[in-house]
Design a protein around this ligand. Structure first.
Ligand code: GDP
Length: 359
């Protein structure tokens, strides 16, 4: 029964397709099956396996992605069933691939490698028992020893990585503390991936940040300096976007990049008003913000993509009647003047503080 789930199967598969696109894959088909319990051998039933196999042959498919995490056994059985050249992976592996492609800083790269190793650790066992079976059981025992050795090596590497990550983080913190001592307020853009954060950043600063119809266009916080009409400046930071079904194993990789949020003077929550699950997305973002102790930071809600909405006039009117809410189109630039004015207004308090500090 998925009625209790926050996001429908269709929505989840749509997001998966967007993720695949971000990873550089071309999606040709998608399908799902409702079972009371997943098939222990192949996750899906045998009929569905044949159906997918037919589609694989028809489209010359190279990769089959499952929305849920597969066991190492299921993964191997499916690859066997689909034929030698087809790669089978799950949502977690796909997101790790994207992180790997997009990791731009040392810290992000370390976090991704760490998450990849932790993903591999429980999967080592089955890899070796697989080899044992291939050799007709000749290497039995040896395989088990090898698993232990490999696991130990991997655990040691994970330990080393964790220490390195800690030291990189400490340095960033020092840098951040220094930056904060320079009295320029920090404004953070938060929100779902694809909400239009990078587009907004581009429009405001002319910065060359990726803006594509892809998820995870920005992995690491990207900061730009913006000058307001009153001559004052603030730092605008783009943060890593949220996704609907973030595998729990990847939560840690997100945390550090989001840590900066709690030190902002102002949060700008960018919302894709044209998204069918806009309410759920807002709630999910607000929940994480409160978990990051960011609830007390002043906030501006930005309803973006108003040009795509069915009834823009109605939405604009609704936003007008709500506190701290601005309607914009980051794409065509409408509402950006109001947006800048709202930021200037919101930053007034910290500006007073800034002026008091500047001799
Ligand atoms: P981010 O993941 O939040 O940084 O989102 P992006 O800035 O990469 O935008 C995702 C997609 O939405 C891109 O294809 C943008 O062109 C598109 N987009 C962003 N803002 C708007 C807007 O105001 N209107 C429309 N129609 N599309 C937009």
């Amino acid at each position: 029964d998925d009625s209790e789930e926050l996001f429908s199967i269709e929505e989840s598969l749509k997001e998966l397709a967007q993720l695949a696109d971000t990873a550089g894959l071309m999606v040709v088909d998608s399908t799902y099956q409702k079972l009371s319990t997943p098939n222990s051998r192949t996750y899906i039933g045998s009929g569905k396996v044949s159906e997918i196999k037919t589609a694989i042959n028809a489209h010359g498919v190279e990769t089959v992605i499952f929305d849920d995490e597969l066991s190492p056994g299921q993964l191997r059985n499916l690859e066997k069933a689909f034929g030698g050249n087809v790669r089978v992976c799950d949502r977690t592996a796909l997101i790790l691939d994207i992180f790997d492609q997009r990791a731009a800083t040392r810290e992000a790269a370390l976090q991704v490698t760490l998450a990849q190793m932790e993903y591999q650790l429980p999967r080592l066992t089955k890899m070796w028992t697989h080899l044992e079976r291939q050799s007709g059981g000749k290497v039995k025992g040896m395989g088990e020893k090898q698993i232990e050795v490999d696991k130990r090596i991997l655990r040691t590497q994970i330990g080393v990585l964790r220490k390195e990550l800690e030291s990189v983080r400490k340095h960033r913190k020092q840098y951040r503390t220094r930056r904060l001592s320079v009295p320029v307020p920090v404004v953070s853009l938060v929100g779902y991936t694809n909400a239009g954060k990078s587009t907004l950043l581009n429009q405001l600063t002319g910065a060359n940040v990726l803006a594509e119809d892809r998820l995870f266009a920005t992995l690491d916080p990207t900061t730009r300096r913006v000058q307001m009409k009153n001559g004052k400046e603030f730092l605008l930071t783009d943060t890593v976007g949220f996704i609907q079904k973030l595998p729990t194993t990847l939560v840690a990789a997100f945390r550090a990049t989001l840590e900066e949020i709690s030190e902002s003077s102002l949060l700008v929550h960018v919302i894709d008003i044209s998204h069918p699950l806009v309410e759920q997305q807002i709630d999910a973002v607000e929940k994480v913000l409160s978990e990051l102790d960011a609830s007390s930071i002043p906030k501006l809600m930005v309803w973006n993509k108003v040009d795509k909405a069915d009834n823009p006039a109605e939405i604009k009117l609704k936003a007008k009647n709500m506190e701290d809410t601005i309607c914009i189109s980051a794409l065509n630039g409408s509402g950006l003047d109001e947006f800048c004015n709202a930021i200037q207004e919101k930053l007034k308090d910290s500006m007073v503080w800034v002026e008091a500090l500047v001799p």
